[in-house]
Design a protein around this ligand. Structure first.
Ligand SMILES: *Cc1c(COP(=O)(O)O)cnc(C)c1O
Length: 359
């Protein structure tokens, strides 16, 4: 039996979207490929509220995260971490020999503008990285406030943001926030299979990257950017055209739903799960304004066996997620992202209540 995936990626893909992956192949050097990729970029610019160039990468989001920090850091990166995925960005820096420092928050607490201000006041950094929506903790960082701080006090510092588990489900206004590189993956809020990732890049981040000597090759942002300009939205190597077809179609679906409607639907699903979690368990994040709208991380205050719960849910055609990283045993997670409806979320919760005997 297929299990509906209420895990924070991959999520279920609607049947008509999935079918687009089976579109007959075209040459990646054809005018049709350019038109397809140009169209996708234009739609993504709307979704991301940006005029920056869009890069599509045949890799999961981690590829672009690694490429971004390696390509753009000339001096030293300040990596702000609120959990496992922030930590990962720091590991990527280290593995590539990119000078970086990690500035962590305690679990459940955000990266604040004050923390960023304190780090940048040292003058050591030309790049910062922030996780918009930390998928381990279920926390959403105030990227708008951090962007405002950068504009006011540190306009020369590049702002790299991981929106892998939020973009497409929660409003991220790239240009308004002054985000230089904004990265996401297809298998989370966009509701597509894994295997492609997306980012927007500012021209100044590319100009900074030109001065960096060792940018690698496959994820070299300069090479990707220049090829897009020279070859009308084509790429240095062969992209997953199957993903392109499905992404193009899914972006039309997203626009047809309406961006504000889509974000409101995510919020509605989030509020339903939060209310349930507060009634029977507790939330890891205690400040309302930092709660994620795309997934909820729940403190396992009843010390239930999440493994047993998931086994029983599986028999009914559902799957949720245990905690991630350091939070593995003390939390569990329910995602409410991409194309799910409030009714589907209610159905999941009713089944959990039934299995756990909660009234
Ligand atoms: C899933 C996730 C990643 C990793 O993305 P992949 O597409 O699996 O490489 C990075 N950051 C966050 C916040 C995520 O949720």
């Amino acid at each position: 039996m297929h299990k509906k995936l209420f895990i924070p990626g991959p999520v279920d893909v609607r049947e008509d979207v999935l079918q687009r992956m089976a579109t007959p192949q075209i040459s990646h050097r054809s005018k049709d490929a350019s038109a397809l990729q140009r169209g996708i970029s234009e739609k993504l610019q709307k979704l991301m509220y940006t005029e920056n160039t869009i890069i599509l990468s045949t890799s999961s989001g981690s590829g672009l995260m690694e490429g971004a920090i390696r390509s753009c850091t000339g001096k030293r990166a300040a990596v702000f971490s609120v959990g496992a995925f922030g930590d990962r960005w720091f590991k990527m820096a280290k593995a590539n020999g990119v000078p970086a420092d990690k500035i962590s928050s305690v679990p459940g607490k955000p990266t604040t503008p004050e923390m960023v201000d304190e780090a940048l006041a040292t003058g050591k950094y030309d790049v910062i990285t922030v996780t918009h929506n930390e998928t381990s903790a279920g926390i959403m960082n105030p990227v708008e406030e951090i962007g405002a701080l950068l504009k006011a006090k540190y306009p020369e510092v590049l702002f790299l943001v991981d929106t892998v588990s939020s973009l497409g489900g929660s409003k991220v206004e790239v240009d308004k926030c002054g985000i230089d590189v904004c990265i996401t993956s297809t298998q989370k809020c966009l509701g597509l299979p894994a295997g492609m990732s997306i980012c927007s890049v500012s021209t100044r981040s590319i100009e900074a990257a030109r001065k960096v000597e060792n940018r690698g090759l496959y994820f070299d942002f300069v090479e990707l950017y220049d090829t897009i300009q020279k070859k009308d939205h084509q790429y240095p190597s062969t992209p997953s055209l199957a993903h392109m077809f499905a992404l193009d179609y899914q972006l039309d679906r997203i626009m047809a739903e309406g961006l504000d409607n889509r974000f409101a639907r995510h919020k509605e699903m989030a509020q339903y799960v939060r209310n349930w979690a507060r009634k029977y368990f507790d939330l890891l994040v205690d400040e309302e304004r930092y709660l994620s709208n795309t997934l909820t991380t729940i403190r396992n205050t009843r010390e239930i066996s999440v493994g047993d719960l998931n086994k029983k849910l599986g028999e009914r055609g559902f799957m949720i997620s245990n905690g991630y990283g350091d939070l593995k045993d003390v939390t569990f997670r329910i995602s409410h992202m991409a194309d799910y409806t409030l009714d589907e979320v209610k159905d999941l919760i009713n089944n959990i209540n039934d299995i756990l005997g909660l009234k």
